[in-house]
Design a protein around this ligand. Structure first.
Ligand code: NAD
Ligand code: DAU
Length: 338
């Protein structure tokens, strides 16, 4: 059996990856290590909690007593755990430094002495390139992160590389574009706007709405990570993007159309400080290994809207009963409640 450690497996992408890994690899034994922060939910993994090849450990990646033995018994580590929301990093960066940078350092230190380790996947982000006014970022481009989240991820991204260059830890780094799909926490634009639209509440669009993101279906991301575990080259970095660039205002109109709501729900609000205008990725390196996104954005977005419509039991408790979420929403968007 191959022992696979997935950090952050109770979050959005990590949980989709755990499900994918168990289905695609009958010889993988998967351990999820997750602190269950506000963004991590045990309910997200409920269908695999009793799976015979899955174990769940609640713990902090920055706690070496918990994290080190888990890394050291693993053949593969897929490191998703992070603080991930840009707006929260702007409000308060401390948790981002502690988890994204120090937590990654703890895992990498453990990886230095892991006897069976064949692969350490550092899940990074296209945000490390900073805003890209034109063209598409290549892996060799300079990184210029511009907010505390992307700066902490850039630190972890290069720290992981340094453990390959210095200690020969079998690291690969992946930099993905904006993911969408089931189980995304309803603070990110797509789940926030879909759930607000379903409830006929305002959609708070930042600035002029012309910022551009490139959308990648979460399962296309999971398939890319899986393939790169197999075929990636140690020390290399791989961009993973969906090739679906769209301005936020156009995305918002599509969500309104799919939910059957009027454009009067759009509420222009103050822009995000340091708001990156555009991200775009050149994905030819990952494609040369045989990966390509499979989910069409029109279908993927429609299915995602349907998932949120059908799975209100997953997101309503967060938006309606979680006092911390409601406090966050009020501080971010003003007194109007979700
Ligand atoms: P998420 O916020 O949905 O989930 C993060 C998970 O990490 C949660 O389950 C949380 O409980 C856990 N976690 C946080 N701090 C922890 C700690 N100290 N110890 C253990 N667990 C901890 O995030 P996501 O959107 O699924 O992102 C996963 C990874 O992918 C992150 O590294 C993120 O930077 C990266 N990424 C995300 C996107 C995207 O669009 N969502 C795009 C590119 C890269
Ligand atoms: O690009 C990859 C990154 O994508 C990941 O590394 C991050 O973890 C992930 O959160 C995401 O970051 P973004 O900042 O791009 O995602 P977010 O959903 O917060 O915002 C997407 C766009 O929508 C951005 O231009 C800001 C805008 N926006 C967002 C929110 C939450 C709004 O206009 N209104 C909002 O309320």
């Amino acid at each position: 059996m191959i022992d696979v450690l997935v950090t952050g497996g109770a979050g959005f992408i990590g949980s989709n990856f755990v499900r994918h890994a168990l289905a695609a690899h009958p010889d993988w034994r998967v351990t999820t290590l997750d602190k269950l922060t506000y963004a991590g939910r045990i309910e997200t993994l409920s269908d695999v909690m009793d799976h015979p090849r899955h174990a769940f450990v609640r713990g902090d990646i920055a706690d070496d007593v918990v994290a080190t033995p888990l890394v050291q018994r693993s053949h593969i580590v897929v490191h998703f755990a992070a603080e991930t929301h840009v707006d929260r990093s702007i409000a308060s960066a401390g948790d981002f430094i502690r988890t994204d940078m120090i937590g990654t350092y703890v895992l990498l230190e453990a990886a230095r002495n892991a006897p069976h380790l064949k692969r350490f996947v550092q899940i990074s982000t296209d945000e490390v390139y900073g805003s890209v006014p034109e063209g598409a970022s290549r892996e060799t481009d300079e990184i210029k992160p511009r907010n505390p989240y992307s700066a902490s991820k850039a630190g972890a991204d290069r720290l992981a590389y340094s453990y390959f260059a210095t200690y020969d830890v079998p690291v690969i780094v992946t930099r993905a574009s904006n993911n969408y799909g089931p189980y995304q926490f309803p603070e990110k634009i797509i789940p926030l706007f879909v759930t607000n639209a379903l409830d006929e509440r305002p959609l708070p669009l930042y600035g002029d709405g012309l910022n551009v993101r490139d959308w990648l279906h979460v399962m296309d991301h999971c398939r890319a990570v899986d393939l790169l575990i197999e075929r990636g080259v140690n020390g290399e970095t791989y961009n993973i993007g969906g090739g679906n660039e769209i301005a936020n205002i156009d995305l918002t109109h599509r969500i309104l159309e799919l939910t059957g709501r009027p454009s009067s729900l759009i509420q222009p609000v103050k822009d995000r400080p340091g708001h990156d205008r555009r991200y775009a990725l050149d994905t030819s390196k990952a494609r040369a290994h045989g990966w390509a996104p499979q989910v069409d954005f029109v279908d993927g977005l429609r299915e995602t809207v349907e998932w949120y419509r059908a799975n209100q039991a997953w997101w309503r408790p967060i938006k309606e009963q979680d006092a911390a979420f409601r406090a966050y929403y009020a501080s971010q968007y003003g007194p109007a409640r979700p």
